[in-house]
Design a protein around this ligand. Structure first.
Ligand code: KDG
Ligand code: MG
Length: 412
């Protein structure tokens, strides 16, 4: 359907902070159909707000909301300055809002426009962490009790004060590890790769012995290792049958994975900081990874991520979309629709949002037996509550950074 009614009448960039910051794009057509897109880039939220408000919104007013591919190409190519997280998050927000509008106009849940369901539900993984092994076991038990059927395991390391993925508080039932700190400057953390490499395999061994062979276990090394260190870790973890080892080396060096791959059969997931198909050329063509970690929110939306995943599918590489708390419920809904529809789905990350966040974003997804289903509401199935959002103004927040013992800045 194309006509005067499908022209974009308004484009609003909404910022709210119900416990953490979220940026949302809301497009409304002349017919009054509303579409939402997630534009949250953790720790750099206002850069995307400006990109959208100052440069994209003026170009959207009067455009035909039905022309999704054309709008994607226009935003990508007309900027001249291509790729990058700020650009691709802004493009994603527009793309997802347009898909939401198209599906709401059709009266169908979005996954139906993407080819319909390829499965009954989307297997997700939850998050467990502990400062000690007994605390980690308790955390895994509470995630299993919440209904998760696959668990990411993160642990403290003796000699390191603050480790990615582990809160300074004991984990609770609805576990939400939140790395961003509400502060005017980034918080400093510390790192020691040798201490980590010595400690982690024993913890994973203990978890496997306690919880049995069936439970899918995942681990995120969060970009900290050199290729040879990552190769050793992959080898050391082989006996414990990880579902994946994530971001074992900094993601931007695609060639690094050749060395890791050469030494280990532990499956590898990578790419939550990557945002276009170009970032995956070597990784996919040389089959250096098993799972693509990019999110709908940061990789150009449904249109951008689907392009990457279709390429990956030719090489039996599957999806493993990034889904931490900084991907808003709008971004998670888009991910769940796409995960339900594609053939080469692997697993999806799911970190339950806070109750305050759920008051701002009203969602219609279903959660049962470790699986998400986006539900049958037309569009994404998410509504934005302006009153609730208005109670939580933006607060500056940053991700931490790492220093080694001698003061050198290290990857976080
Ligand atoms: O914004 C950065 C976080 O989302 C990231 O650190 C979380 O690595 C992460 C993960 O796998 O969820
Ligand atoms: Mg990660």
């Amino acid at each position: 359907m194309t006509g005067a009614g499908s022209l974009i009448r308004s484009a609003e960039v909404l910022v709210t902070s119900p416990g953490r910051n979220f940026v949302t794009l809301r497009l409304t057509t002349e017919d009054g159909v509303v579409g939402l897109g997630d534009a949250t880039l953790n720790g750099r939220e206002l850069a995307v707000v400006s990109y959208l408000r100052d440069h994209v919104v003026p170009m959207l007013i009067g455009r035909d909301a039905q022309r999704i591919e054309d709008t994607w190409q226009f935003l990508y190519r007309s900027a001249y300055w291509r790729r990058g997280p700020v650009t691709m998050t802004a493009v994603a927000a527009v793309d997802v809002a347009l898909w939401d509008i198209k599906a709401r106009t059709a009266g169908l849940p979005l996954y139906q426009l993407l080819g319909g369901a390829s499965r009954d539900g989307v297997l997700v993984y939850g998050h467990a962490a502990g400062r000690t092994t007994p605390e980690l076991f308790d955390s895994i038990r509470s995630q299993l009790a919440e209904g998760f059927r696959a668990i990411r395991v993160q642990t403290s390391v003796p000699g390191i004060d603050k480790v990615y993925g582990v809160s300074s508080q004991p984990p609770t039932g609805r576990y939400q590890y939140e790395p961003a700190h509400r502060a005017p400057l980034p918080v400093e953390e510390d790192w020691d790769s040798r201490a980590y490499l010595r400690h982690l395999p024993g913890v994973v061994e203990a978890v496997r012995a306690e919880f049995g062979a069936e439970l899918p276990l995942l681990h995120d090394a969060h970009h900290r290792l050199t290729p040879i260190q990552a190769a050793r870790l992959g080898k050391d973890l082989e006996p414990y049958d990880l579902f994946w080892l994530e971001d074992c080396t900094p993601a931007e060096n695609q060639e690094a994975l050749r060395l890791v791959r050469h030494h280990t059969t532990t499956p590898l997931a990578l790419g939550e900081v990557l945002n276009t198909i170009w970032d995956y050329q070597t990784l996919i063509r040389e089959q250096l990874i098993d799972y693509v970690r990019s999110s709908v929110t940061h990789a150009g939306g449904i249109t951008g991520l689907r392009r990457i995943l279709d390429f990956a599918g030719q090489y039996q590489i599957k999806s493993g979309m990034h889904g931490p708390t900084d991907v808003s419920p709008v971004g998670m809904a888009a991910a769940t629709h796409l995960s339900l529809a594609i053939h080469n789905f692997g697993i999806q990350e799911y970190m339950q949002h806070s109750r305050l966040t759920d008051e701002v974003f009203r969602q219609s997804f279903r959660w049962a037996d470790g699986h998400l289903h986006p539900g049958e509401e037309p569009g994404l199935g998410v509504d934005y509550d302006d009153d609730a959002a208005g109670r939580h103004p933006y607060e500056p927040a940053y991700l931490p950074f790492n220093r080694l013992k001698d003061g050198t800045v290290h990857d976080w």
